[in-house]
Design a protein around this ligand. Structure first.
Ligand code: ADP
Ligand code: MG
Length: 199
């Protein structure tokens, strides 16, 4: 089975000279769920940002068989759905529906199809109505589910979540867990929540 993510000796230094990745070897297989744990500042987010080419280091990195290089960024960004730690960083349009339609429209889907997809994924994440509301009126858990819907609307092969439970209360955490368990994609989840990681 070909891995969906494969890193060999991945290294990266920030402009400040700080070396955040010092030879990362990593592999994630199709359908596999993996939790990534580590202290603050250990380079978890830095690693995730390499997986869709936001940051580029040295060494080998392949996503769905494609080397993570500028010529493959468009293809790779459709395959990798990255949920940022703070959903505020991901939501920016005046209504929930428009926000979730944004990605599919960017990918060239006709508006009617983009909207059909948005409706489907909003149901999937449990946001069933009020889609004309502005995302900034939502609770933390709802914002996160809308942000996740925006990612699912692109039908990615890999889901990557950066500390997704930080802003969630226990019921919202349980909802997220059930949702993730119901999704077939390979998943890489950065978390400090060991119970969540185990589940
Ligand atoms: P984690 O997600 O595991 O908490 P990060 O990947 O965010 O860690 O950060 C890893 C290290 O890189 C930290 O020491 C952090 O201070 C440093 N770092 C992160 N972003 C930058 C940046 N833009 N410029 C310089 N150093 C950074
Ligand atoms: Mg981080």
């Amino acid at each position: 089975m070909n891995p969906v993510i494969e890193a060999r000796n991945l290294r990266f230094s920030y402009d400040s000279g700080f070396q955040a990745l010092r030879g990362v070897d990593f592999r994630l297989d199709p359908g596999q769920s993996m939790a990534l744990l580590g202290p603050n500042g250990s380079g978890k987010t830095t690693f995730l940002l390499h997986l869709n080419g936001v940051l580029q280091g040295e060494g080998e990195l392949r996503v769905c068989g494609l080397p993570v290089e500028p010529r493959h960024f468009v293809a790779i960004r459709r395959k990798v759905g990255l949920l940022f730690q703070d959903p505020e960083d991901q939501l920016f349009l005046p209504s929930i529906l428009e926000d979730v339609c944004f990605g599919p429209l960017q990918c060239g889907l006709p508006p009617s199809e983009a909207e059909a997809r948005a409706r489907k994924v909003l149901h999937q994440v449990g946001v069933l109505d009020g889609w004309d509301r502005p995302p900034y009126h939502l609770s933390g858990g709802e914002k996160q589910r809308v942000a996740l819907a925006g990612i699912l609307a692109l039908e990615p092969e890999i889901l990557i979540l950066d500390e997704p439970t930080t802003h969630l209360d226990p019921p919202a955490r349980r909802l997220l867990l059930e949702l993730l368990q119901s999704l077939p994609q390979a998943k890489l989840v950065v978390t400090h929540d060991t119970a969540f990681a185990r589940a």
